[in-house]
Design a protein around this ligand. Structure first.
Ligand SMILES: Nc1ncnc2c1ncn2[C@@H]1O[C@H](COP(=O)(O)OP(=O)(O)OP(=O)(O)O)[C@@H](O)[C@H]1O
Ligand SMILES: [Mg+2]
Length: 413
């Protein structure tokens, strides 16, 4: 087990590796960061293992060089749309003669809560106890040492698409990284951009990346709803490219440099030059023209999310407001104003608070680290192929990694 905590954020536009450690004062410090563009991930899902693992390797080496350490284990994310939370309950009779609850009883009750019939393409990736109940007394956080006859556990069981999980783990294993935990995006992002008070009172978190816009509602510090819209930053760039008849690359550049998400903030006197395809000379377009394109697409994403919230009676659950994060929304001036108009709720931009990665594109990667610390994973994913560990140079050696892994609940099973 590493003394460092490492995350691998598999995003549509980039793979990001972050290495952290707990310093002598008990504070989490980021010691290495590496980023590499990646073509092997579409809408947040690994579709090409080879190019994804190549990008992981590159980002990993950058992060390791910066930190001057070597790491072998990591936490990775999967998009919210490929995971789901199911509520379940476990009940057992306390076994000891003195009826004092011990950790074996806790394992057994969680074990009994994990008995579910799942579709073949789904598997459990985490079990989160939300409360224990002893002989009818509820809201118990840690039952060990208490006395009772009947122990119940309310749990959130996180399940995910088996294919997505296998491909994700395999991509990391290919470069010798063992996956300690798979964390759905909403849990990761929320951990780095919101606080417990917000999640307690009710908050909507929207993470707009390059390929997907994940959104999640937290209430009473629990995820109560999450989904994704398969439209994000790449679509905005594409709209600019089509609208102005310029290349994707040029669109990306002007989007980043001049993009404004709310037209009233743009000027129709400020002009910028673009080079339409097939025309020799540059032409002028106004800031407003560019802003209209961005506003239309971002507004569409917000509208879809808002309708979904209304349809599911979730608007009244969101007492604190909206947190916007992810590179697809977090950099535009005006994105707060646009969101405020559509959701009719207070809006802020969320970014991780760690020095060196306090940018919206790092929300997921930073959140993976915070979440794994907070949750203190008491199980691990055993990949049968982790013998490639430490052999990072083997990235293209064609190791026969079967990635048939099973989940060991070292505490529960
Ligand atoms: N300065 C900027 N201004 C506007 N947009 C930006 C800026 N920097 C990055 N982006 C956009 O952010 C998006 C990438 O964001 P992010 O890194 O959060 O996505 P990702 O994690 O790779 O993708 P996903 O989460 O959808 O799988 C791209 O569409 C990019 O164009
Ligand atoms: Mg992302």
């Amino acid at each position: 087990m590493d003394e460092y905590i490492t995350s691998i954020d598999l995003g549509t536009s980039k793979v990001c590796v972050i290495i952290s450690e707990i310093d002598q004062t008990g504070q989490l410090q980021i010691i290495g960061v590496g980023v590499c563009p990646c073509e092997g991930i579409k809408k947040g899902v690994v579709v090409d293992i080879e190019s994804t693992s190549r990008a992981i390797l590159y980002a990993l080496e950058q992060a390791e060089n910066m930190a001057n350490v070597e790491v072998n284990t990591a936490y990775v994310n999967i998009p919210g749309g490929y995971s789901k939370v199911i509520r379940n309950k476990g009940i057992i009779a306390v076994s000891g003669e003195d009826k004092e609850i011990d950790s074996d009883d806790v394992k057994r009750v969680l074990n009994s809560a994990a008995i579910l019939s799942l579709p073949q393409d789904q598997q459990i990736i985490d079990i989160i106890p939300t409360q224990y109940i002893i002989d009818g007394y509820d809201e118990i956080k840690d039952p060990v040492g208490m006395v009772g006859i009947r122990l119940e556990a309310d749990v959130d069981i996180v399940i995910g698409s088996t294919t997505t999980i296998l491909n994700t783990v395999k991509s990391a294993n290919e470069v010798g990284m063992e996956v300690l935990g798979i964390i759905p995006e909403p849990f990761a992002a929320s951990e780095s951009v919101s606080n417990r008070d917000e999640r307690g009172l009710g908050v909507l978190i929207i993470d707009i990346g390059a390929g997907t816009s994940d959104f999640s509602v937290f209430k009473n510090d629990k995820l109560i709803y999450n989904d994704l819209v398969p439209i994000a930053g790449n679509h905005i760039t594409n709209d600019i490219s089509v609208g102005l008849r310029i290349s994707f690359n040029e669109s990306e550049k002007i989007k980043r440099k001049f993009g404004i998400a709310y037209t009233p903030l743009a000027s129709d006197e400020k002009m910028l030059k673009v080079n339409p395809i097939g025309i020799d000379e540059k032409i002028n377009i106004s800031e407003v023209q560019l802003s209209k394109i961005i506003e239309a697409r971002l507004g569409e994403i917000f509208e879809i999310i808002n309708e979904e919230l209304i349809k599911n009676d979730l608007k009244e659950e969101i007492l604190t407001g909206v947190v916007l994060t992810g590179g697809g929304v977090g950099y535009f001036p005006g994105s707060k104003e646009l969101a405020k108009e559509i959701f009719n709720l207070p809006v802020r931009i969320g970014k991780p608070k760690f020095i060196g990665i306090d940018e919206p594109i790092y929300s997921s990667g930073a959140g993976l680290i915070s979440y794994s610390l907070e949750r203190k994973f008491n199980y691990y994913i055993e990949c049968n192929d982790v013998e490639v560990k430490k052999s990072k140079s083997k990235k293209n050696s064609g190791n026969s990694i079967t990635s048939f892994f099973r989940r060991i609940w070292d505490e529960y099973f």
